[in-house]
Design a binder for this molecule. Structure first.
Ligand SMILES: CSC[C@@H](O)[C@@H](O)C(=O)COP(=O)(O)O
Length: 348
């Protein structure tokens, strides 16, 4: 079995239901949730059963498919009206990752020239399947482009999980590691645990370990020390939304990591599908930052660790200003320097 074949898919579409890998139960249990309704998809996105910007978009697209397939008896006018309401409903599940809105826009646009419900349902299904298939190809290309910035033997650091289970396959920030393995290169990576809900410890360490990639887990507060003392060649992270000027929202803690990398003269790379680049958001200040429940901080895996009733601030993401980003790796090429110009050109 090749390395990439060992990757477990985050979502399997089965015609009348979806199998969503329950990322809340990893690494202890590899279970799929049987999803039959759009409401369940909303819930799975909200509760992080499915997470990671591209995977959220793909799940939302299939959420609309499930709804459409159970509303074939609607007149086309009613279908279209309700379709827009269903897309608006799913878009309330999480605010930061732009792939959610991007995928829903693609799905609604796919029926623009259709005049009949049956055909609309077929188009929506085709579009969702295409979004999933394209994401796999895009991630592979990001991996190939990412490898041009790296050399055999490099040690990397990553944050959160921007791996295969956050996408259709390969991941974004982790794609170069999978492709390096295929090439017989020896890349290794430090994975930050990523408080508060441990996507690094539970997901990144798990998926890389099972694919045979050399991964070492550290806690978030070990990052600066590790960067300084372990000859880390580069930091590579994913992203949830890149603004037109290159400012990038990613999992909370990413900005701190970028500051550390800059102070130590270590390149800081963002791996981003073009779908995550949002030219309608001018700067990082315009990116909505999700705040999540206090229990994610006051409890660890259900066990309380803080005084009851303590005040909590729990932003799920932060914004790394573009000046701390060495390069943004996309499927079409690598952007550097004047991000406003470079990203606009790549998005054309
Ligand atoms: C390829 S996934 C990129 C990002 O979505 C990822 O780094 C991240 O921040 C995910 O946050 P999450 O809250 O787990 O959805």
């Amino acid at each position: 079995m090749s390395t990439t074949e060992t990757q477990i898919s985050s979502l399997r579409y089965k015609g009348d239901h979806l199998l969503l890998l329950d990322q809340q139960q990893l690494p202890h249990h590899t279970v799929y949730i049987n999803v039959t309704t759009i409401e369940q998809v909303w819930d799975c996105i909200k509760k992080l059963n499915v997470r990671g910007a591209p995977a959220i978009g793909i799940a939302a697209a299939f959420g609309i498919v499930l709804w459409a397939k159970s509303h074939t008896s609607l007149s086309f006018v009613e279908f279209k009206e309700q379709l827009n309401c269903q897309a608006a409903f799913l878009s309330t599940s999480r605010p930061t990752a732009v792939n959610l809105f991007w995928a829903l826009d693609r799905i609604t646009a796919s029926v623009a020239n259709v005049r009949e419900t049956k055909e609309a349902v077929e188009r929506i299904e085709q579009e969702a399947l295409l979004i999933q298939k394209e994401d796999e190809e895009i991630c592979r290309k990001i991996g190939e482009n990412g490898l041009t910035l790296l050399s055999d033997g490099d040690r990397l650091m990553t944050h959160c999980n921007a791996g295969g289970i956050a996408t259709a396959k390969y991941g974004t920030a982790l794609a170069p590691l999978y492709l390096a393995k295929e090439k017989g290169w020896n890349l290794s990576v430090y994975a930050n645990e990523t408080r508060p809900v441990f996507q690094g410890a539970r997901l990144t360490a798990w998926e890389l370990k099972q694919a045979g990639v050399d991964v070492t887990l550290i806690t978030d507060n070990m990052a600066a020390h590790t960067l300084k003392t372990k000859q880390v060649s580069a930091v590579i992270v994913g992203c949830d939304r890149v603004a037109a000027n290159g400012d990038t929202a990613n999992k909370i803690g990413t900005f701190g990591l970028a500051l550390q990398a800059k102070a130590l003269g270590i390149p800081f790379y963002v791996a981003s599908p073009l779908s995550t680049i949002d030219l309608h958001t001018p700067t990082g200040d315009d990116i909505p930052i999700e705040e999540r429940p206090a229990e994610e901080i006051t409890h660890v895996q259900g066990v309380p660790i803080a005084p009851k009733g303590v005040k909590v601030f729990n932003p799920a993401f932060d914004v790394t200003p573009h000046e701390y980003i060495t390069a943004i790796i996309t499927e079409k090429g690598i952007a550097r320097g004047n991000y406003k110009k470079a990203l606009a050109k790549l998005k054309k």
